[in-house]
Design a protein around this ligand. Structure first.
Ligand code: PMP
Length: 349
């Protein structure tokens, strides 16, 4: 979900944005109003995440999946070794995509044995010497598996797919070579990825990298090499203003932690529901849960929907249920879910 006040603001100014007599979706991306809007969005993101000056912020189309290709194209050449830490489905998809680019991808850690319910113990990730980068997924959205630490990779640039955890808590950007995230979780509507890239990595792209995915070309053109996803950039700016009003990432971290802890405490105390993820690897954003009797899943999801609790079906690949409690979900939403679950258990246990 997105914050309701953001949607209401956008609704109010949609027909006549900034006295242009048009909506933001209609003005030219080269108009002074839109250029100022995109600059404002970028400035807010820099301020909120404390992005150091030696990093570029790019708005790139193609979502996070686009960056599964964008990263290898920009950071490696054919034959290079690239490292992957696999803790779930999205990292595995990124790993498979890297194989399309003539690389030698190595899974330096693969948590498959735990059925992707764990993260590697801190200090155990060993990058391959000379690897072009090491890629990991700080929060695996489907499994609800989140790292409690940032891996140390020495000279090997660290690349993170932060799609489902960015802006959920403070982050030390200086530890990363590249951070990318699809925007449709904590950053607004679908349609683009935000890429944060360290300056010294800008000149490594292959010659045949499509221009719209070239970090260097996009950086040189302030993400306006072609028409950018203007509405997504505009709405991201509004969401970032909302983030500041929530007390920034410190404020959101307290709220997110409390929401997650409330829900895990409920699941752990229950004999009827369970969460399979190791305690040190539990996501603050995506919480899968199961019932011993999986035959009840359909009924659970349908009745929850009737009670106004939506999108609770687990990912189609894993089944079960999953509560997505991104930044905009209030504590009251988690409390309402717990109340519903208690009643469902009373009837069906
Ligand atoms: N990575 C992660 C961690 C995701 O959660 C998702 C989407 N849920 C993706 C990548 C793919 O993102 P997109 O649909 O924006 O390409």
């Amino acid at each position: 979900m997105m914050p309701l006040e953001v949607l209401e603001q956008a609704q109010a100014e949609l027909p006549d944005w900034q006295h242009t007599g048009m909506s933001v979706a209609e003005v030219s991306h080269r108009s002074k109003e839109f250029v100022a809007c995109a600059d404002h969005t970028q400035e807010l993101l820099r301020q909120i995440l404390g992005i150091p000056d030696n990093y570029r912020v790019l708005f790139i189309q193609g979502g996070a999946f686009g960056q599964f290709a964008g990263v290898p194209l920009n950071l490696s050449k054919p034959g290079d070794t690239v490292d992957f830490v696999l803790t779930g489905q999205w990292g595995t998809k990124a790993f498979k995509e890297a194989k399309r680019f003539g690389l030698n991808p190595i899974a330096v850690t693969d948590e498959k044995a735990s059925n992707y319910t764990t993260t590697p113990a801190q200090g155990t990730i060993q990058p391959t010497e000379g690897a072009a980068y090491l890629h990991y997924t700080p929060n695996e959205t489907i499994g609800g598996v989140e790292f409690g630490y940032i891996p140390e990779t020495g000279d090997v640039p660290l690349v993170a797919d932060m799609s489902s955890t960015i802006l959920s808590r403070p982050l030390d950007v200086s530890k990363f070579g590249v951070i990318y995230a699809g925007t449709q979780k904590n950053m607004g509507p679908a349609g683009m990825a935000v890429v944060i890239v360290r300056d010294d990595l800008l000149d490594r792209a292959r010659l045949d990298t499509p221009s719209i995915w070239s970090y260097q070309l996009m950086a040189e053109n302030n993400s306006m090499l072609n028409t950018p996803p203007t509405f997504s950039i505009y709405l991201l700016g509004k969401i970032l203003e909302w983030v500041i009003a929530q007390g920034g990432l410190d404020g959101l971290a307290v709220r997110n932690r409390t929401k997650a802890e409330t829900f895990y405490a409920f699941l752990d105390a229950s004999d009827f529901y369970s969460n399979p993820v190791a305690h040190d690897s539990r996501s603050w954003m995506n919480i899968p849960f199961l019932m011993a009797n999986a035959d009840l899943n359909k009924q659970f999801v349908a009745q929850a929907e009737q009670a106004g609790l939506t999108n609770l079906a687990g990912h189609r690949s894993v089944g079960g249920m999953r509560a997505s409690i991104y930044n905009a979900m209030p504590q009251a939403g988690v409390d309402a879910l717990i109340e519903f679950m208690k009643e469902f258990e009373r009837v069906h246990a």
